[in-house]
Design a protein around this ligand. Structure first.
Ligand code: SF4
Ligand code: SF4
Length: 402
């Protein structure tokens, strides 16, 4: 029988790898097979204006089983797993989950960027992405100006365990925020403590960058350390840690009453004697893993609105429509890669939007964001015009203890 005339002059070059589709489905579920290429996701992706076709193209490559094309796409590593796409997808495709799973398969036999490889290696060997000694995890406490209790020395249950995570423990700008939090907790009379050197990176960002093994090892270590002590609630400044404790640790055996620090402080707002400090016109950046992924939009705003002398102005992209800082999903450690593939970093786009509101302060409540945005303030020419402050630093300032 003569085959029908197709009009094709060259053979189709599609090489669907059905084993790859099966492995992707095992890790991410099969929601990507429902994608019908409407393009809604690509229209709202923060990379929409960078000439990428993220993530519609990647969902198509996944659906068609085009393993090499998907795994060699630079989009795979640009995505910050911010979730803005999935929020509007009419077919409820788990886009960040599919991207994360493709990264996990990428890691099996392909080479990572040096930055990301170093962050993974450091987390695995030292329990933090900086590669600093575990013994230095409590160095920040020396500059707090108040006593910082450590659970292993207290030898009794506490009301609040402050799980500081790596940026508040090691990064100079994070340490300033941790010290402010210590002063606030002390002023509130909270019975609190930290895990200290027993704490390890929660590694949620490493997981989102495909490193499930590091995440699970870190979770086992943290759950074992936390299991030695009694506390009523676990409070953390890191939205990624909050996400992991809230959504992932229970399945691994770690069940805690967990709050982001803004949620905890918002409950105690009436007890904080806040005084007029600097007159500020502030705008607030919603962290993707506090807002969009976990639904908390009010607590940070309640804190900001309670600060005397501070006027809150919103950016166009806010709350569920917030614009990613560019640091999520492991991208915080892949900045050289992003720089090579986009005209302007997401943090720079966001800083321009913040400056456009007329604000003099960009308020944040994710430890990644302070240094990311401070760099972007400089590179966009806004140095001296826009200050980046963690909300806890603004509260500390209004307490007069900074
Ligand atoms: S919004 Fe959903 S259905 Fe539409 S292209 Fe994106 S992934 Fe596919
Ligand atoms: S998760 Fe965010 S960065 Fe990734 S494809 Fe979706 S909208 Fe784009």
């Amino acid at each position: 029988m003569t085959p029908p005339e197709t009009g094709l002059t060259a053979p189709l070059s599609l090489r669907p790898d059905l084993d790859f589709v099966d492995r992707l489905t095992a890790l991410a579920g099969d929601s990507f097979t429902r994608c019908y290429q409407c393009g809604t996701c690509s229209a709202v992706c923060p990379f929409a204006f960078q000439g990428t076709s993220l993530p519609r193209q990647e969902m198509l490559l996944a659906q068609w089983g085009l393993k090499d094309e998907l795994l060699s796409s630079s989009n795979l590593w640009l995505c910050t797993t911010c979730g803005n796409c999935a929020r509007l997808c009419p077919r409820e495709v788990d886009i960040p989950g599919t991207i994360r799973a493709a990264r996990e398969l990428y890691l099996l036999d392909r080479t990572l960027t040096p930055e990301l490889a170093t962050a993974f290696e450091n987390t695995s060997r030292h329990g933090n992405p900086f590669g600093l000694s575990a013994r230095k995890r409590t160095d920040w406490t020396a500059g707090a100006g108040v006593e910082v209790p450590v659970l292993s020395r207290l030898g009794r249950p506490v009301e609040v365990l402050l799980f500081t995570e790596c940026y508040w423990s090691y990064h100079p700008r994070g340490q300033a925020a941790a010290q402010a939090m210590a002063r606030l907790l002390t002023r509130l009379g909270v019975d609190w403590a930290i895990l200290g050197v027993e704490e390890q990176c929660v590694a949620d960002s490493q997981r989102l960058a495909g490193e499930t093994g590091i995440f699970e090892e870190a979770a086992a270590a943290n759950i074992a350390a936390l299991g030695k002590y009694q506390f009523d609630r676990l409070v953390t400044p890191d939205p990624h840690a909050y996400n992991a404790f809230r959504n992932l640790y229970p399945a691994l055996g770690g069940r805690y009453a967990v709050q982001h620090y803004t949620q905890f402080l918002a409950e105690r707002l009436g007890e904080l004697p806040l005084h007029p400090a600097a007159e500020r016109r502030a705008t607030f950046h919603d962290p993707c893993y506090l807002g969009r992924h976990n639904g908390e939009y009010e607590a940070p705003r309640q804190l900001l609105q309670a600060i005397p002398g501070l006027t809150l102005v919103e950016m166009g992209h806010c709350r569920a429509e917030g614009y990613c800082c560019g640091g999520g999903g492991g991208a915080i450690w892949n900045s050289a890669f992003a720089k090579d593939h986009v005209d302007e970093r997401l943090a720079e786009v966001r800083v321009r939007e913040a400056a456009g509101t007329g604000a003099d302060t960009l308020a944040v409540c994710c430890p990644f964001e302070v240094s990311l945005f401070e760099d972007a303030v400089k590179s966009t020419g806004n140095d001296g015009k826009l200050a980046v402050r963690d909300i806890v630093e603004l509260l500390d300032e209004a307490l007069g203890s900074a």
